[in-house]
Design a protein around this ligand. Structure first.
Ligand code: NDP
Length: 339
């Protein structure tokens, strides 16, 4: 059973060598009386929150536990059930949810697993548009931001798993959408594939405040926050009255020993604006409604979706740390096995 092991807790930027791919002997059999499942892992999801799990922290510092050094890491994935002690799941069922970064896993608890019913779309989509990141975009945009037609929407990390969807949701509502990303290739994708009205490379903007004033001369109604730090500070200077900022993530801060300060919070008061954090786990009750909404859009080609596929578990460590240098173009997936 090939596995990706975290060698030790990480400080600063993670490196490929912080993880190692090894093999262990796993008996491909559920322990007697188990209520869990034995699964074969097919697709693994690379997600920025996994960085916080690589550091030691007590549970108050994050909504997820630290990984255990010298043990396989875990994350969201798509898996096939080989044996089940849960009467609601049977051999051959496909599920998505938390699993190990390994070829086969014994999952002791099945509460967090979603059974996959729609297989006319690529299975890997359940790591992204049909899984946790898709739900994140949906909950953060529709539930927290309450978008209205004609509003000005700005999305950072806009070509990623969550951002590419938020921009397209904004266009479905009839908003004006601008995204930022870290390369020309990504900026082109935003405009040409995802239908953003405009897009820019934040790395080429020495003054983010000036860039935002150029792209939003009327100001911003909704900022979907994925990066934090200097970007958030610049956005705060460009809010319209009653602006909303769903705080989804702050990837620019995850590798810093000391997070950067935010200086312009006073603008929230002056603009009667609202900034609200959320964790997608609180919104999974909306998942059936979300599937009803998103599946027809995917089938009819109204929503575009770009994945960055890394082949084989061995490519996992590089794919995961690539999120923090922007190596991924679209949703980063690791294929362990296609069936
Ligand atoms: P992405 O697919 O967008 O991948 C991460 C991207 O972030 C990179 O490709 C890179 O793109 C960008 N990035 C990396 N470092 C920096 C930096 N220092 N400054 C600016 N941009 C950077 O990831 P996701 O779509 O999966 O996640 C996006 C955000 O959503 C993250 O902050 C994540 O933590 C958050 N999230 C929150 C959830 C919640 O429940 N609240 C659930 C899921 C995700 P580029 O080339 O553009 O720099």
């Amino acid at each position: 059973n090939k596995q990706v092991i975290l060698k030790d807790y990480v400080r600063g930027f993670p490196k490929e060598s912080d993880m190692i791919v090894t093999s262990s002997n796993l008996k491909l059999k559920l322990p007697e009386g188990s209520k869990g499942v034995l699964v074969k892992n097919l697709y693994l999801s690379c997600d920025p929150y996994m960085r916080t799990r690589m550091s030691y922290h007590d549970t108050s510092a994050s909504y997820v536990d630290s990984f255990k050094p010298a043990s396989p890491i875990s994350g969201h994935g798509v898996s096939k059930v080989l044996e089940s002690g849960d009467p609601n799941l049977k051999e051959g069922d496909l599920v998505w949810g938390m699993t190990g970064w390994e070829e086969y896993s014994i999952l002791n608890a099945t509460q967090g697993l979603f059974k996959i019913h729609h297989t006319d779309v690529p299975l890997s989509y359940y790591t992204g548009i049909l899984g946790m990141p898709g739900m994140t975009a949906y909950a953060g945009f529709y539930e927290l931001a309450s978008p209205k037609k004609g509003e000005y929407v700005y999305v950072s990390a806009a070509s990623g798993a969550v951002g590419q969807l938020v921009g397209q949701f904004a266009k479905l509502v009839g908003c004006y959408a601008v995204g930022s990303a870290g390369s020309k290739e990504k900026v082109d994708l935003l405009k040409d594939k995802f239908g953003f009205d405009d897009a820019f490379n934040y790395k080429e903007e020495p003054e983010l405040d000036a860039a935002l004033k150029r792209y939003f001369p009327e100001g911003i109604d909704i900022y979907f926050e994925n990066v934090g730090g200097k970007m958030l500070d610049a956005v705060l200077l460009n809010l319209r009255d009653h602006a909303r900022i769903p705080l989804c993530g702050m990837i620019s801060q995850y590798n810093l020993e000391k997070p950067e300060g935010v200086h312009n919070l006073m603008q929230l008061i002056l603009r009667n604006a609202r900034m609200e954090g959320f964790v997608v786990g609180e919104y999974y009750h909306l998942y059936p409604k979300f599937l009803e909404f998103i599946l027809p859009h995917i089938r009819q080609g109204n929503i575009q979706y770009v994945e960055d596929i890394a082949e084989g578990l061995e490519s996992g460590p590089a794919a995961l740390i690539g999120l923090f240098s922007g190596r991924n173009v679209g949703k980063q997936v690791v294929v362990v096995s296609r069936e």
